[in-house]
Ligand binder design. Structure first.
Ligand code: SF4
Length: 272
């Protein structure tokens, strides 16, 4: 994986109204996790970069100052961290922008809802413990080989599971997002049973799932990986995304498999 090009930028605001809660917060534009299916690629329409998605990160280095200004007026609510990047991607280890923003949010009575693919979130359990925070982790597969292909810059599966375990141990509510489930790779009954059993074992409080969606610029990168690694799946995946009838049938069957797996694992009532 190429090292991302890092730029330091200044922002006017960092807390935005969001459908994923009351607000969302992103201290970075771009994400070095470089997930092949990343929906945040649409950001490049508004922030064009010469580098492809996954190979640049703009750090909003004044994010804590901008947030502190916004917090003078913003009404407390829930904040989704992060919606268009991973707030705990590798650069965060040095810059601590997400950490400082979460600290400010918690101090001002906001609820912080983390969703990450990085074990770096473990660093911040001290900040979250005993506060209004929930730690959520995204998993698309338990297969480390698949993870390396589809989410090359993100933490290994085992480290993400450890983050959930430690968060629970710290007394925090936890959540898992299974998504996007990879069509014909991690969406069969056996893979789903493995995912949901893990959620049960870790006693996570909330579980969500999602199929792969046809978001702008996603197919280009998914198709390139499929062409290289799974040429036999290229047409089937294309149909799942773009053929209306096939997509509806696929999603309906997937939903049934997901609910059945959740039922077998005894976590059906935790599904969001
Ligand atoms: S971690 Fe999230 S934001 Fe980052 S590349 Fe992956 S899907 Fe995109």
């Amino acid at each position: 994986m190429a090292c991302p090009v890092i730029r330091h930028t200044l922002c006017k605001s960092v807390l935005i109204r969001s459908g994923l809660g009351d607000y969302s917060l992103n201290c970075y534009t771009g994400c070095a996790h470089a997930c092949v299916y990343c929906y945040a690629r649409f950001m490049q329409r508004f922030h064009p970069h010469p580098e492809p998605w996954g190979e640049f990160v703009d750090a909003k280095v004044n994010a804590p100052e901008a947030l502190a200004r916004q917090l003078r007026r913003a009404r407390p609510g829930s904040v989704f961290v992060s919606s268009a990047c991973d707030g705990w991607q590798p650069l965060e280890a040095d810059l601590e922008l997400t950490r400082e923003c979460c600290r400010l949010l918690l101090t001002h009575g906001f609820q912080v809802n983390v969703l990450t693919k990085s074990a770096l979130v473990l660093r911040d359990l001290d900040l979250f413990a005993g506060r209004t925070a929930r730690v959520g982790v995204t998993l698309t597969t338990l297969d480390e080989g698949l993870r390396r292909l589809w989410e090359p810059g993100a933490s290994p599966v085992a480290d993400r599971l450890r983050a959930l375990r430690e968060a629970k141990r710290a007394g925090l509510p936890t959540a898992i997002m299974f998504g996007p489930l990879l069509p014909f790779l991690s969406d069969d009954a056996e893979s789903l049973d493995a995912l949901f059993s893990r959620a049960a074992e870790l006693d996570v409080d909330a579980i969500w799932w999602d199929g792969l969606n046809p978001r702008p610029r996603v197919w280009e990168s998914v198709a390139a990986l499929l062409r290289r690694e799974y040429p036999e799946l290229l047409r089937r995946c294309g149909n799942v995304l773009y053929d209306e009838g096939m997509r509806a049938a696929y999603l309906s069957a997937l939903r049934e498999r997901v609910l059945a797996a959740a039922e077998r694992a005894g976590v059906r009532e935790r599904m969001g």
